[in-house]
Design a protein around this ligand. Structure first.
Ligand code: MLT
Ligand code: MN
Ligand code: ZN
Length: 307
């Protein structure tokens, strides 16, 4: 099973169009310290030809250009994207669906029912696509393993996680199960597992167990500190208000670094969905040194895994 990180950035990407923070400035000027990153998406494949796109980023077209293996070109109109799976209805995870409208057949779309609800009301991208390629709707049931054709050797299990429905959702402040999921992605033949959760507000016992059972974890790397946006004067919200667990603990709650520390040393631990304000994006920063010393990796676009 192959996993490719198409976009390792959070919403806004890096550099963000209107941001002049230290990371965005460095990425914009290409001084070599901070690598640009596109918005959050990964792709999974069993055979390296047919891919399941997990989240459809606003940067999807640039990601496809940067990853030619997703473009097998077997006929005049063709794509390696066999289906799309959404983990939530956030703008940075769904806007790329619009860029798939030229398909000649309906797009197989896998998501939980609250996500389909938001994408049929507040951000009605599903009915809108009905006027283009159309959507073949596949509703995911929590905790029930499923496969997505043609990748029948990969088993997905969606777990309810605590995070946030999008700002435009009527459930922003009272999430329902299925608004946000973490994914266990398993290579059935080898039994190898990946846990993917780019938006993880807190880790329940079930989430910690899923992380322990995985050989590779790709988890929320949005913020270093809970007060990061407040400290920079960019927002009045804590990481938790946005559904993200910061790497540093806050008010006695352990942070992501502590959670990853508790995993077996052989587990590959990768931070993903990294906001442009996060100091770990600069390889010369003290914060980057802290995560690397603990064996935690910082995702970048194009990073790939064979599991
Ligand atoms: C998030 O991860 O908190 C959201 O994607 C933010 C956004 O959509 O701008
Ligand atoms: Mn996001
Ligand atoms: Zn910035």
């Amino acid at each position: 099973m192959k996993i490719k990180i198409l976009g390792s950035g959070a919403g806004g990407g890096l550099p963000q169009w209107n941001c002049n923070c230290a990371n965005c400035t460095s990425a914009r000027h290409g001084d070599g310290d901070v690598r640009p990153r596109t918005q959050s998406s990964i792709a999974v494949s069993e055979n390296g030809v047919d891919w399941i796109l997990i989240n459809a980023s606003p940067d999807l077209l640039a990601q496809l250009r940067a990853n030619p293996e997703l473009q097998p070109a077997r006929s005049i109109r063709d794509s390696g994207i066999a289906a799309v799976l959404l983990i939530d209805a956030q703008i940075d995870h769904v806007t790329g669906l619009l860029m798939l409208r030229e398909r000649s057949a309906p797009l197989p779309l896998y998501a939980c029912s609250p996500v389909f609800d938001d994408l049929s009301s507040g951000f009605p991208i599903v009915p809108l696509l009905g006027h283009y390629c159309g959507v073949e709707r596949h509703e995911i049931t929590l905790d029930e393993p499923f496969s997505i054709p043609p990748a029948s050797g990969i088993r997905f299990t969606a777990m309810s996680i605590e995070s946030k429905a999008p700002p435009y959702s009527p459930r922003r402040n009272a999430s329902a199960p299925g608004d946000n999921i973490g994914l266990l992605i398993e290579n059935i033949a080898s039994g190898t597992r990946v846990f993917y959760a780019p938006g993880l507000g807190s880790a329940s016992a079930a989430v910690r167990q899923a992380m322990e059972s995985a050989q590779l974890v790709l988890v929320d790397g949005t913020f270093w500190r809970s007060t990061e946006m407040i400290d920079l004067g960019l927002s009045d919200k804590h990481a938790g208000d946005m559904g993200h667990l910061a790497q540093c603990g806050h008010n006695g709650t352990p942070g992501m670094v502590q959670l990853l520390d508790a995993l077996p040393s052989a587990t590959r631990k990768v931070l993903i969905h990294i906001n442009n304000t996060n100091p770990i994006l600069n390889p010369h920063s003290a914060e980057y040194a802290v995560v690397r010393a603990r064996g935690i990796e910082v995702a970048h676009d194009g990073m790939h895994f064979q599991v």
